[in-house]
Write a protein that binds this ligand. Structure first.
Ligand code: CA
Ligand code: CA
Length: 587
């Protein structure tokens, strides 16, 4: 057996071998089991809420570093992982498709796995990875060359390694995989390359494909090695052959709602960005040009991959408002089972948990220009003048009318997950206030080449801030408090029963806020920008908090004028773990 350990530490390692298997039951109960963090989202509802209150408003000022772990290497870039903690070991993923197992008590490395990436990978938006999944004796993660790898969690040895899709055609993988009933469920990335979004389920033990569901209408699904059903209805909402390269990347992964036995996946922009090539008409033509199921949320049957329901946030999408954002399951104050999701298009939606039906929508950023609002059916009330112009209508046929649209294509909210507190009933949304000049250009599909048909420049909407952490009441749409940050927010949020909201900033501050007032109660400078996702757990009667620091992600690459504004920020790659010492917990 091959192990990447030093002889001097072998005794310590063998003592930690033969750790407990992770079961379906443990995944189901992750939120309540405060000694570990087994799922992306700190529970299948994705609330990112811990019932722990050892650490709270009164003593958070005593939170101190316990250890820090360097990811090392010459290559750094954005670190967006959510750590997993199980049986004394922390598992994190790093930029460039790396995975680390770390002794949770000391911060010492147990093993490291570096995926061997081929030349010519095509990640659109930095070489990030958002986290691993754990089940049985394995730890799983996706790689930038669009593969999914199962490793033995104790040794780091490869158990299986499967291709999700062809990286040469623009596919990649960055999301945390999802485990449900012995299936490992993945999406895909590559919406800027004319790929076709899909959700796939594999046997977690063998990696064999069980079902596959493309998310663009006209494509055939697969179940147990045979064709299953067509997604949607051919040419119902797509003209000609455009559906064949129709985008809809499922790049942020998905979640599982055990109450309704439903997988929930979001889908990215329809391809190309130039919407006139996909719909020359106007929204008054009904839904003929909506481009289903791009820019949507989908409810999927985990047993066979059939689509149970869909909700499209941006029909005929034309601003790169990917509909991938996480869908958080919660119960509202009247006891209704709901989903909440904050879309890139700037609106915060509440959906019915049973069937995905629209309940309500409110703006969560200021200055939304592309829609006046959302009507009672959940459909946007478009501002037609804010649709970037049709290039074929321009004098030379090469550049359509330029519009200033808000939010920018990086979204009122991008990938970074919000959190819910069942104690306050509020959602804590990491948002950004920015817009863009955007225009359309002619484009034809070429495999492995960018397939946009658009040009753009992102601009701040305000002089003094872009980032905005908002506490939103999902029942009323009221913004209860707001924290404004100079740089765009790009990291995840976490809530605790101790009355705390944690998040980090690109300026490097890891911060704890009062969940009711937004008062900053604690802050720690981590040395690089935070674009990762905090977690908390309990060990030996003490509460711990971990977050990764390492600036990067899409903003430095695509941020236009905003990227210029924040180009002084330093890269890094440090995992910080904090502890509230027992003697300081009483305050
Ligand atoms: Ca747990
Ligand atoms: Ca996109």
């Amino acid at each position: 057996m091959k192990r990447f350990v030093l002889a001097a530490t072998a005794a310590l390692i063998s003592a930690s071998l033969a750790q407990a298997e992770v079961t379906e039951e443990m995944l189901l109960n992750d939120t309540a089991s405060t000694g570990d963090v087994l799922t992306n989202g700190m529970g299948r509802h994705l609330q990112r809420h811990s019932p722990l209150d050892i650490l709270n408003r009164d003593n958070v000022e005593n939170l101190v570093p316990a250890w820090a772990f360097s990811l090392g290497g010459e290559k750094q870039r954005g670190q967006e992982t959510q750590p997993i903690v199980h049986d004394g070991v922390m598992y994190i993923t790093g930029s460039y498709s790396r995975l680390y197992a770390i002794d949770v008590k000391t911060g010492r490395e147990i093993w490291q796995y570096d995926a061997r990436l081929p030349e010519g990978i095509l990640p659109c938006c930095d070489v990030v990875n958002r986290g691993a999944a754990i089940y049985g004796d394995n730890i799983y993660f996706g790689t930038l060359d669009a593969r999914i790898v199962a490793l033995n969690k104790d040794t780091g040895d490869v158990v299986w390694n499967k291709k999700i899709a062809d990286y040469k055609a623009g596919y990649s993988y960055t999301a945390a995989p999802l485990i449900v009933n012995g299936l490992i469920i993945t999406g895909n990335s590559g919406g800027e390359f004319g790929i076709v979004g899909a959700v796939e389920a594999r046997d977690a033990e063998t990696g064999d494909l069980v079902w596959r569901r493309p998310v663009i209408e006209g494509h055939m699904g697969e179940l147990n090695g045979e064709e299953s059903t067509m997604t949607g209805e051919l040419n119902a909402t797509w003209p000609g052959d455009m559906w064949k390269t129709g985008g809809g990347a499922t790049w942020l992964g998905g979640s599982y709602d055990a109450d309704t036995d439903t997988l929930v996946f979001g889908t990215g922009n329809p391809a190309p960005w130039n919407s006139w090539l996909r719909n020359a008409g106007t929204p008054t033509d009904g839904n003929a040009g909506d481009n289903l199921y791009a820019a949507s949320r989908l409810g999927i049957d985990p047993s066979n991959g059939e689509i149970k329901w869909h909700f499209q946030t941006t029909p005929r999408e034309g601003w790169d408002y990917d509909g991938v954002n996480e869908v958080v399951a919660y119960t509202d104050r009247d006891g209704n089972d709901r989903f909440a999701t904050a879309d890139r298009n700037g609106f915060f939606y509440v959906l019915n948990r049973e069937d995905g039906a629209f309940v309500s929508a409110v703006p969560f950023v200021k200055d939304i220009s592309w829609a006046e609002g959302i009507d009672e059916t959940g459909r946007p009330i478009f501002v037609e003048d804010n649709r970037p112009g049709d290039p074929s209508e321009s004098t030379d046929g090469n550049k359509g009318e330029v519009v200033f649209a808000s939010p920018s294509f990086l979204g009122g909210k991008n990938w970074m997950p919000m959190a819910h507190s069942p104690v306050t009933g509020l959602f804590y949304v990491p948002s950004n206030e920015w817009g863009m000049d955007i225009w359309n250009e002619p484009i034809t599909y070429k495999q492995g080449a960018a397939y946009l048909g658009s040009g753009f420049t992102i601009k701040p909407n305000y002089e003094d801030h872009i980032g905005s952490l908002k506490a939103i009441d999902p029942d009323t749409g009221d913004i209860v408090w707001e924290y404004q940050n100079p740089a765009p927010l790009w990291g995840g949020v976490m809530t605790t029963a101790g009355g705390l909201v944690f998040t980090g900033t690109p300026e490097g501050e890891f911060m704890a806020f009062d969940d009711q007032t937004g008062e900053v109660l604690w802050s720690f400078q981590t040395g690089s920008g935070i674009v990762g996702q905090p977690i908390t757990w309990e060990q030996d009667g003490e509460q711990y908090v971990t977050v990764i620091s390492g600036w990067g992600g899409a903003v430095p690459l695509w941020g236009g004028e905003v990227a210029q504004k924040v180009n002084y920020l330093n890269q890094g790659g440090l995992l910080w773990t904090f502890r509230l010492p027992q003697q300081l917990a009483a305050n």
